[in-house]
Design a binder for this molecule. Structure first.
Ligand SMILES: Nc1nc2c(ncn2[C@@H]2O[C@H](COP(=O)(O)OP(=O)(O)OP(=O)(O)O)[C@@H](O)[C@H]2O)c(=O)[nH]1
Ligand SMILES: [Mg+2]
Length: 393
């Protein structure tokens, strides 16, 4: 299972534009609400130095690719229709489609930095404050989660209360699809002083429970798009209110990617040169784009997922191999797998990730750089190359 990240937000803020820039694929983009009617699923890549450069052999990635010694590890991006106030009661497109984000590791809340869209996504002539709709939209997402947890509650409560099973275990089974472990559910359950009998839970209890779960398992990263058209005072105030918020321009980044692909320019977004045939108008637009990206306050969409997945969520990239000296699998492929593992994962977690049988038959692991034997509780570090020795192989 790959890491999944969802893009959410009100309509017309540029979710599909950002999705297209990230995945280098085409999604429908237009200046009106509800351009996206069904979730778009695409792939983008997290970059890391590939260890193949250390042994002077080219790697053979099974997934993703390697370019100039940089390994590109795939993750999944999901772009969903826009949310409007009242979506949880079915307004707009409703919020059923958020079920596609059930097992996502995190959400990126895209907001309109320019402030030129109303709460329902229709263009407005006068600027609104870019943060005005943040709480409403995140409230709708919380409501979605609470509704899912509370769905068929009575039936569940009757059965669980009379089963004699530990309540946290029953509860875990009910919400397992959200990606929580039983231990995490037990922790939330014991800390929040919830009624031990499910029949006694009120809707407020379910709401309170889902709020904690939301914070726990759906970290929200806020991204202000349309930073190319932002009021400078509003920008300052927004960054003061929301530390850690990223400023991006989906439109400029997509235009840069297109120009690069067509051979009109060479280089990176902050320092490219015009090398192909560009009209005067195109040159002027490209100059504006380069100037914009020179601003150190702007984050590149192509780098945002690396920042979120590795730095903020703490995922590490680990390379499992079968041969500790050649760093190959049993078919002679060099460093075939690069796996994203959650922060704190151990050698045993890696064994289970490769295959349940390998986990169950775990004997020991080897750190292939030092050739030292490591135990099952050894916490994995980024770029570790690990051989798992198991009864089954
Ligand atoms: N100025 C500016 N406009 C942008 C930017 N990104 C997107 N837009 C424009 O904003 C409008 C909406 O873009 P979409 O990507 O369709 O927005 P969305 O959030 O997917 O919209 P829905 O699918 O309707 O929810 C289009 O007219 C885009 O060209 C940006 O970075 N800057
Ligand atoms: Mg869209």
């Amino acid at each position: 299972m790959t890491v999944k990240i969802g893009l959410v937000g009100k309509p017309n803020v540029g979710k599909s534009t950002i999705f297209s820039a990230m995945t280098r694929s085409h999604a429908d983009i237009a200046n009106y609400p509800f351009t996206t009617l069904k979730p778009n699923v695409g792939v983008t890549y997290i970059e890391t130095q590939c260890p193949h450069t250390e042994i002077g052999k080219q790697c053979n990635p099974r997934e993703g690719y390697c370019e100039n010694g940089i390994r590109h590890v795939p993750i999944e991006i999901i772009d969903v229709p826009g949310l409007i106030p009242g979506a949880s009661q079915g307004k707009g497109m409703g919020n059923e489609f958020l079920d596609n984000l059930r097992d996502s590791e995190a959400l990126c809340h895209i907001i309109d930095g320019s402030g030129l869209t109303a709460p329902d996504g229709t263009p407005t002539p006068a600027r609104r404050k870019p943060w005005e709709d943040i709480d409403t939209i995140e409230g709708e997402i919380k409501q979605w989660l609470a509704d899912r947890i509370y769905r068929d509650w009575e039936k569940f409560a009757r059965k669980a209360d009379s089963s004699g099973e530990k309540p946290d275990r029953s509860l875990h089974r009910k919400i397992a699809s959200f990606g929580l472990t039983e231990k995490q559910v037990s922790l939330i359950f014991s800390r929040g002083s919830f009624p031990a009998r499910f029949m006694l839970w009120t809707e407020e209890d379910a709401m309170r429970f889902s709020e904690v779960i939301f914070e726990f398992m759906k970290p929200v990263f806020r991204i202000a798009n349309k930073a190319d058209n932002m009021d400078p005072d509003a920008r300052e105030e927004l960054l003061q209110k929301y530390s850690g918020l990223y400023l991006v321009s989906g439109e400029f980044e997509l235009a840069f990617e297109k120009a690069l692909k067509s051979g009109m320019i060479k280089g990176g977004p902050r320092d490219f040169e015009i090398t192909g045939n560009a009209s005067r108008q195109q040159s002027a637009a490209l100059d504006r784009i380069r100037e914009f990206f020179k601003d150190p306050g702007i984050t590149l969409i192509s780098q945002i997922m690396g920042m979120i997945v590795q730095e903020k969520l703490g995922y590490v990239i680990v390379f499992p191999v079968v041969d500790e000296s050649t760093w190959e699998d049993n078919k002679g492929n060099v460093l075939p797998d690069a796996l994203l593992m959650p922060s704190g994962s151990t050698a045993l977690d890696l064994a289970f990730k490769i295959h349940t049988e390998i986990g169950e038959g775990f004997i020991r692991a080897v750190d292939c750089r030092t050739r030292r034997v490591i135990g099952k509780d050894h916490v994995l570090a980024n770029s570790d190359i690990i051989r798992i020795v198991s009864k089954t192989r």
